[in-house]
Design a protein around this ligand. Structure first.
Ligand code: KG4
Ligand code: ZN
Length: 343
C-alpha cells in the first residue's frame, strides 16, 4: 500500500511517500526561511500563499522520487491539526482534490502524533508502548504512546517551546534562523560549564517544562551586570559567545533529558522515542543516550524525519488506516487539539 503524506502546518511545504507500514520512499520539503527572515517570525499570510504556490510541485516531486505515478497511490494522509489555519487549509485542500480525483481514501493526521511516531520508520523493531518526547518550534511535551489509538500527553511546557527558545537565543547571539542548528554549531567550540543557566522547575508539577526563564537568563547574562555589556562594548568585555551558546544548550538539554526520563520511569516503559526539530540536536542525542538507564532504549528518527516532513504524516496515516480510520471529504482543519482526541 502506497500512502502520500502532506504537511503544510506551518512554514514548510512537505510531501512524502510511504510503502506501508513503515518504509519511506521519498520525503520532499520546500522551506520558507527566506520569505519570513525579514519579519523575525512566520507571517501566516505569507506562509499560506507560499504553500499554495508550492504544494503541487512538492507533491509531484515526492511521487516521482518514490518511483511512482499518482495512479499508484492507495491513500492520502494530510495534517489537519494543529497548526496555522491558513496553512493547514492549503494542504487539506490539495489532499482532498487528489483523493477525489484518484478515488482513494483520505485520512486527517494530528501533527504531533506524527512527530511521536516518526522514529518507527527508522527502527523496524520499535513497537508500542513507548514514551515520546516531542520538542519542536511550536511544541514541547512528553506523551504516553500506549498504542496507535492511545496517545496522550503526560507533561508539557507552560510557556515557550524548546525550539522557540533556541530560536530566541539565536537572535540574542546575532545568529541566523532557524536558531537551533546555528546555536548548536556555535556551541561546539564553547564550554558548556562556563555559565550555570537555570534549569527551571514548575511549582506543583515536577514534570512540566518552562523555557521562558532560561531565555531571559541568557539575555541578562549577555547584557552583563547593570547592562554594561550592551552593544557596542560587549566584545571589549571578552565575552565568549560560544560558551554562552554551549551553556544555554546544556541547560535546555538537561531539562529535556530530566523530564523525559522521569516521565518514562512513571510509566514504566522501556522505550523512549524522540521527535520534532530539536531531536536533531547532537547534545540532546548524546546526553539522552548516556543518561538513560541501561534497560531503556532511546530511539531517534533519522535527521530527515525530525523536522516537519510528509513521510511522518504518511506513516501516522498508515497506522490510522490500518485501524480502519478514514476521514470524510468535508474534513476540517483546527489550530489546536490534543493528540488522541479524534480517535
Ligand atoms: O518540528 P519543526 O521542524 O517545526 C515545528 O513543528 O515547530 O521544529 C523546528 C524547530 C526550530 O525551532 C529549530 O530551531 C529547532 O527545531 N531545531 C533545533 C535543531 N534543529 C532544529 N534545535 C536545537 N538543535 C538543533 N540541531
Ligand atoms: Zn512539527
Amino acid at each position: 500500500m502506497y500512502i502520500l503524506g502532506i504537511d503544510t502546518s506551518c512554514d514548510d511545504t512537505a510531501a512524502g511517500v510511504l510503502r506501508a507500514p513503515r518504509e519511506v520512499l521519498s520525503n520532499e520539503v520546500a522551506t520558507q526561511f527566506d520569505l519570513h527572515a525579514a519579519f523575525g517570525g512566520v507571517v501566516p499570510e505569507i506562509a499560506s500563499r507560499a504553500h499554495t504556490e508550492r504544494v503541487t510541485r512538492v507533491v509531484e516531486r515526492a511521487v516521482e522520487r518514490a518511483g511512482l505515478t499518482l495512479g499508484d497511490l492507495d491513500a492520502i494522509a494530510v495534517t489537519n491539526r494543529p497548526g496555522l489555519v491558513g496553512s493547514l487549509i492549503v494542504g487539506v485542500a490539495a489532499a482532498k482534490s487528489l483523493a477525489v480525483a484518484l478515488d482513494i481514501p483520505l485520512v486527517g493526521v494530528h501533527h504531533i502524533e506524527a512527530h511521536c511516531t516518526a522514529a518507527l520508520a527508522d527502527h523496524p523493531d520499535l513497537d508500542y508502548p513507548f514514551v515520546a518526547l516531542v520538542a519542536s518550534g511550536g511544541h514541547t511535551a512528553v506523551y504516553d504512546c500506549a498504542g496507535p489509538g492511545a496517545i496522550e500527553v503526560i507533561c508539557q511546557t507552560i510557556d515557550d517551546a524548546a525550539g522557540e527558545c533556541f530560536d530566541k537565543v539565536a537572535v540574542l547571539l546575532d545568529l541566523p534562523q532557524p536558531g537551533g542548528p546555528a546555536v548548536s554549531r556555535l556551541a561546539e567550540s564553547g564550554d558548556p560549564k562556563a555559565v550555570r543557566f537555570p534549569r527551571a522547575r514548575v511549582k506543583g508539577d515536577s514534570l512540566a517544562f518552562s523555557f521562558s526563564g532560561l531565555k531571559t537568563a541568557v539575555l541578562y547574562h549577555l547584557k552583563g551586570p547593570g547592562g554594561r555589556r550592551e552593544d557596542p562594548d560587549r566584545a571589549d568585555l571578552g565575552m565568549d559567545r560560544a560558551s554562552v551558546a554551549a551553556s544555554f544548550e546544556q541547560a535546555a538539554v538537561d531539562v529535556l533529558v530530566d523530564r523525559s526520563l522521569r516521565a518514562l520511569a512513571v510509566r514504566g516503559y522501556r522505550e523512549l522515542v524522540v521527535g520534532g526539530g530539536v531531536a536533531a540536536n547532537r547534545r540532546l542525542r548524546a546526553d539522552l543516550a548516556a543518561r538513560a538507564p541501561a534497560e531503556v532504549r532511546v530511539r531517534f528518527p533519522s535527521m530527515a524525519l525530525c523536522a516537519d516532513n510528509g513521510a511522518m504524516i504518511a506513516l501516522r496515516g498508515a497506522e490510522l488506516l490500518a485501524a480502519g480510520i478514514t476521514s470524510p471529504l468535508d474534513l476540517d482543519v483546527s489550530a489546536t487539539g490534543e493528540p488522541g482526541a479524534l480517535l
